[in-house]
Write a protein that binds this ligand. Structure first.
Ligand code: F0G
Length: 348
């Protein structure tokens, strides 16, 4: 029913707030028994790729757009590694407003670029990485007085909390472990705030440990060191200077969790594992979560990954957004002519 409708009572909206709705949220939470069994945990995956623009960004975008429109905004801007721009472009098209999106040139997955273009956003490819594009978007939004819909916009984080609320309602409790990719560090902050809300409101009695996963080549929070030249196959989280660093570090330390890194190889192996053993195709950034769990299980760190732990991984974006990376990892189709004999031979 859309995040503003489902959780309106928990959100800062009134009758004056436009009822923006692309039926975002209410995404599936799927139990993964085969993979969970191998890892010795009770594993659940939240399929955020089932949102209307194919990523979790829609949860936050709906409120950011509604509040900006309420305040009289006429145009929107964001910087993005791809998903924020796809989502912003979708909502801008839906409400009939212009939208400018700044992308790091040549570093955005094909599906995401296609989305921003077909939704009709003005797409600007910046020579530089995401961090630079975000600085430019922030300055332009002030100078041109247009609404910025990156996670520096507080409404984004407020309605992204809905992911945590949904998990608590589906499980009847918070999980033991919450495992999430960390890029600009907004989503981990939002989930922690969402779990804490439900705890304060008496809806759940315990809180999860927050485990933030970063790609080894873009891991400023996991290493505690700045990363001026981030690089990873998981382009969605190719970020060296996360805006949400402070709240993400707080989420991890307050929850007694931790950050972990995974290599590009581990990410791609996890992507294949998830697709071929659970039937779920998630984009590389999302697969950092499973890669992190596989790494922890292999290291046999029972303290970090206790047997039977109720564990939720957030699969933040749909695998179809980045077909090039997936195809580069698998065997090509078997080619045959038009004869049944050839087909039967292949099937033998
Ligand atoms: N997963 C995906 C698929 C993402 O697109 C992002 C961020 C993240 C994880 C990390 O979330 O930034 O809240 O820590 N994508 C942003 C974008 C940066 O521009 O689409 P975060």
């Amino acid at each position: 029913m859309g995040v503003l409708k489902r959780y309106g009572k928990y959100l800062p909206i009134s009758e004056k707030t436009p009822a923006v709705n692309l039926e975002e949220g209410s995404t599936p939470l799927v139990r993964l028994d085969r993979i969970g069994g191998e890892l010795g945990i009770e594993l659940w995956a939240k399929l955020e790729g089932c949102n209307p623009s194919g990523s979790f960004k829609d949860r936050g975008m709906v409120l950011a757009f509604a509040k900006a429109l309420e305040d009289g905004a006429r145009a929107f801007v964001c910087a993005s590694t791809g998903n924020t721009s796809a989502s912003a472009a979708a909502y801008a098209a839906h409400v009939g407003a212009p939208c400018y999106v700044l992308l790091p040139s040549g570093k955005v997955a094909l599906g995401k670029l296609a989305q921003a273009l077909i939704y009709g956003a003005r797409v600007i490819a910046v020579e530089g990485n995401f961090d630079r594009a975000l600085e430019m978007a922030r300055e332009a939004s002030e100078l041109k007085k247009i609404a910025i819909v990156n996670s520096v916009n507080p409404y984004r984080i407020i309605s992204q909390k809905s992911g945590a609320w949904e998990i608590c309602e589906a499980l009847g409790q918070a999980p033991d472990l919450h495992v999430i990719p960390v890029g600009n560090a907004g989503n981990i902050s939002a989930y922690w705030a969402g779990y804490r809300d439900f705890n304060v409101w008496g809806r759940v009695s315990a809180l999860p440990k927050m485990i933030g996963i970063q790609a080894e080549g873009a891991a400023p929070l996991a290493t505690g060191k700045p990363c001026p030249n981030p690089e990873t196959v998981a382009t969605a989280i190719r970020i060296g200077n996360p805006v949400g660093a402070k709240t993400a570090i707080e989420a991890v330390s307050q929850s007694d969790g931790f950050f972990e890194t995974v290599t590009d190889r581990e990410i791609l192996d996890a992507q294949k594992m998830l697709a071929s053993r659970a039937g779920i195709f998630a984009e590389p950034a999302s697969c950092t979560t499973l890669a992190g769990l596989v790494k922890l299980a292999a290291a046999n760190t029972a303290k970090k990954l206790p047997q039977g732990a109720k564990t939720v991984i957030i699969l933040t974006g749909n695998g179809l957004k980045d077909p090039d990376t997936a195809i580069s990892q698998v065997e090509p189709p078997v080619k045959i002519g038009g004869s049944l004999e050839e087909l039967l031979e292949v099937m033998a």
